[in-house]
Design a protein around this ligand. Structure first.
Ligand SMILES: N[C@@H]1[C@@H](O)[C@H](O)[C@@H](COP(=O)(O)O)O[C@@H]1O
Length: 259
């Protein structure tokens, strides 16, 4: 794993956008798109580069990580809406190039299998952007998720429902079930970029990076990934102990460009 500590969320967003831009400029790219507040700065930076610098997504495809069960695509908090509103509608993806899990599918298991096939048919994910939950979840793979799991239906923990309640009118409106790419699915992405911002994520980042590989902290599975980059601001890095192994870039070029 490559851990890069940056001074603030803007620097993290620029660095994540650099990684995506570099891949887009190399040809058709399959992007794994996370929701939540963490990647929003990255998406805003990509939109800016599209508008001002001609960065094109015309050859790219996008696969959201997860979706709430029971929310229609038109619900503003469905992850299909969020991805549309925060990135897809503001750049030049070709029609149909941004996929999504159908949270209203009558047969969620069949929908999960369809999604796995769609990712495989696209050639697999080139760059997967990830946020992290305060309990260490990635996608919606809650603690104790199988480290080999595939896309499937999951039940949210009380903590995650509480964390995500800020996006809804009340806690009662937060769905209890979700569809999410599995940890095994995420591990197959060619490059995984985990972003952590703010003090609230410091414990989860420390457990993911320095803790044991354990289903208790699903993000720790990234220790098995052959090309995982962790981008954190100083606050999210504040509980990392082994700082001698990490890059404190502060203005210097991050080393991921060497890959
Ligand atoms: N399913 C999403 C995750 O993909 C995201 O990483 C997490 C953190 O959200 P935030 O970035 O808003 O802290 O929230 C949700 O649970």
């Amino acid at each position: 794993m490559e851990i890069i500590v940056l001074p603030d969320s803007d620097a993290v967003a620029r660095t994540a956008a650099d990684i995506i831009e570099e891949r887009l400029r190399r040809g058709p790219a399959v992007l794994g798109l996370a929701t939540g507040s963490t990647p929003l700065g990255t998406y805003r930076e990509l939109i800016r580069r599209h508008r001002e610098e001609g960065l094109s997504f015309a050859q790219a495809q996008g696969f959201p990580l997860d979706e709430y069960v029971g929310l229609p695509a038109s619900h503003p908090q469905s992850y299909r809406s969020v991805i549309r509103d925060e990135i897809a509608d503001h750049v030049d993806f070709a029609p149909g190039a941004v996929h999504g899990l159908d949270g209203e599918a009558a047969d969620p298991a069949a929908e999960a299998d369809r999604y796995e096939r769609a990712i495989a048919e696209a050639g697999g994910i080139d760059v997967q952007i990830l946020g992290i939950g305060t309990d260490g979840h990635i996608g919606f793979n809650e603690p104790m998720s199988s480290l080999a799991s595939r896309t499937r239906i999951k039940t949210l923990t009380a903590q995650t429902r509480q964390d995500n309640a800020r996006f809804f009118d009340s806690l009662d409106e937060v769905p209890e079930h979700v569809l999410t790419q599995g940890l095994g699915t995420i591990l197959e992405a060619r490059h995984v970029v985990l972003i952590g911002l703010g003090k609230a994520k410091a414990a989860a980042i420390a457990a993911a990076v320095e803790g044991p590989l354990a289903a208790l902290c699903p993000a720790s599975v990234l220790q098995l990934h052959r090309h995982a980059t962790v981008l954190v601001d100083e606050a999210a890095a504040s509980r990392l102990a082994h700082t001698e192994y990490y890059q404190y870039t502060f203005g210097r070029k991050p080393a991921w460009q060497g890959f």
